[in-house]
Design a protein around this ligand. Structure first.
Ligand SMILES: NC(=O)C1=CN([C@@H]2O[C@H](COP(=O)(O)OP(=O)(O)OC[C@H]3O[C@@H](n4cnc5c(N)ncnc54)[C@H](OP(=O)(O)O)[C@@H]3O)[C@@H](O)[C@H]2O)[C@H](O)CC1
Ligand SMILES: [K+]
Length: 508
């Protein structure tokens, strides 16, 4: 499923209507699809109020109202702007609604319209769509406020009114919808920390746009189960342990051994062929029995912190560094060495990202893929911007950084954004609040390490790693765990369920 900016959506709409020739049909399709979804949710006894505004979102609203009216629902329209504000196309659909006997609630001074909003069982929000510019203007802002304060249930058409479609905007007043029926493709603001909540539950309806137009105009997509099933490499019968990658994990410290152990186990559970763990003697003594399938190698350390020294990089297909490594000055030299010497994909996570802050110049010299797996705080530090600034424009910042330093970025969050050095971006929507626990990131790093060693592109590997990680947590919640008790180790043990469910249907 593609993700679009407002401009990309307008370009696709315009081409569909003008070049392909859909004309007014597109709005009829949009309204009818939204009406179909509403009719599946509404009881025949429900009072429905469709609030329409001046633009094409309002036009959708008139089609919704007419369709529901003709299906015998108790529906009325609250037109929040005078007729002269309606575009020609919207007026056309208003006329059809009127001709079918459609009724209105007057948007007048005595406030009866507020009572209508309060008394409706469902308010359909077709006030404003992706054409919003700036904060909702006087007059309509009172409608938004009334809906938020008095509506029993709100179903937004395409986007909650007042919400920006794109990233970077914080000055807005918007409808807080219970559900949003998104038209054609989710907009960027569906996946931002400060705007996602306004959509409520959301689903997308297709209204007839040619698929090829999205492929041409949109630059982002949701890496969903279809993508996973299409791109995840199958295992063939004559595979041997060397077929699925020889990975190296460098990390741990006498003071933080646990997280490192989870990365190893996650990499093996996700399907890595061979994993070597390089850490201090004490860490290895403490964890070797937890994952006997891994191989262990002691590397140089000083007072329990890893320091620079020989690294078993030869013959490795991918390396992960940083997990539980600590922030000791000596460890920075180890990070520098790994960046300069690893002749294979290098994943930098956790404290490796801390040490990378003063070594970004080394990244451009690398001839092999580099993958950073920061959470928002780590990314903000690498960018040297405030985390609040990053949070309102994560797509933008991740793309700028990836292109500047020629790296892949897995920007972890409620919606993890995967970015390639050429600027391509994907969003992972699996996962849940049960992952907000220590160790979740270490597990993801292990899955990433395994995936980048399989016969797929790095970008596909990162999308699939995030999908498996989040889906494992989702399946664990569905099969008895709760958001409270879910542990990072449960996510490791849940990986099998994801593979069975999505890759081997007969076994699911
Ligand atoms: N393009 C198509 O055929 C289809 C579009 N779909 C639906 O249409 C909307 C986008 O429609 P658009 O008309 O571009 O935009 P809006 O419906 O959001 O409304 C724009 C009008 O709102 C006024 N406006 C703009 N900013 C504000 C504000 N801050 N406060 C109040 N009013 C505002 C604006 O007035 P101007 O004076 O600026 O012109 C416009 O009158 C899309 O979201 C879909 O729902 C169909 O679904 C598919 C076909
Ligand atoms: K709307």
């Amino acid at each position: 499923m593609f993700i679009v900016t407002a401009k990309e959506m307008y370009d696709i709409d315009h081409c569909t209507m003008q070049k392909i020739g859909f004309g007014k049909l597109l709005m009829e399709n949009a309204g009818r699809e939204v009406a179909r979804k509403i009719s599946q949710r509404a009881r025949v006894t429900d009072k429905l109020l469709v609030v329409v505004g001046p633009g094409n979102n309002g036009g959708d609203g008139f089609v919704v109202a007419r369709t529901l009216l003709n299906e015998q629902f108790d529906v009325k329209v609250l037109q929040a702007v005078p007729d002269e504000k309606l575009s020609e196309q919207v007026q056309f659909y208003k006329n059809l609604y009127h001709a079918c006997g459609g009724e209105y609630v007057a948007f007048d001074g005595d406030g009866a319209w507020k009572k209508a909003i309060a008394e409706a069982d469902i308010v359909v929000d077709a006030l404003l769509g992706i054409g919003i510019k700036g904060a909702v203007r006087k007059g309509l802002d009172a409608v938004v406020t009334c809906i938020n304060e008095r509506a029993k249930k709100v179903l937004a058409v395409d986007i909650p009114s007042g919400l920006p479609a794109d990233e970077g905007l914080t000055d807005f007043t918007a409808v807080k919808a219970d559900e949003t029926i998104i038209i054609a493709a989710p907009k960027i603001s569906t996946f931002l920390p400060h705007t996602a909540g306004y959509y409520g539950k959301w689903e997308v309806v297709s209204i007839g746009h040619p698929a090829k137009l999205f492929a041409k105009s949109a630059t982002r997509f949701i890496a969903d189960s279809n993508y996973f099933q299409r791109t995840m490499p199958k295992r063939n019968l004559d595979a041997h342990k060397g077929s699925h990658g020889k990975g190296l994990v460098i990390g741990g410290s006498d003071h933080m051994p646990g997280s490192f152990a989870m990365t190893l186990r996650a990499a093996l559970r996700a399907g890595a062929g061979l994993i070597t763990a390089a850490s201090t003697e004490k860490v290895i003594d403490g964890i070797a029995n937890l994952t006997p399938e891994a191989m262990y190698q002691t590397i140089a350390s000083n007072d329990g912190w890893l320091t620079t020294g020989d690294l078993p990089l030869d013959g490795k297909d991918a390396v992960a560094i940083g997990i539980g490594m600590g922030r000791h000055a000596d460890t920075a030299k180890l990070l520098q060495k790994a960046v300069n010497a690893s002749a294979c994909p290098l994943i930098i996570d956790g404290d490796g990202l801390y040490h990378l802050q003063n070594n970004l110049h080394l990244l451009k010299q690398r001839k092999h893929p580099t993958i950073l797996t920061p959470h928002m705080g780590e990314m903000a530090r690498l960018l040297q911007v405030d985390i609040s600034e990053l949070a309102i424009k994560p797509f933008h910042y991740a793309k700028v950084f990836a292109e500047k330093y020629n790296v892949y970025i897995v920007l972890k969050g409620r919606f993890t954004i995967i970015t390639a050095p050429d600027g391509r971006q994907a969003v992972n929507t699996t996962g849940n609040q049960g992952l907000a626990k220590g160790g979740s990131g270490d597990v993801l790093t292990g899955i990433v390490l395994s995936m980048v060693m399989q016969p797929q592109s790095i970008f596909q590997a990162l999308c699939n790693a995030c999908f498996v990680h989040g889906m494992s947590a989702d399946l664990q919640i569905a099969s008895g765990h709760t958001y409270y008790d879910l542990l990072a180790t449960d996510v490791i043990e849940g990986i099998a369920g994801v593979y069975r469910h999505f890759l081997d249907p007969k076994n699911s």
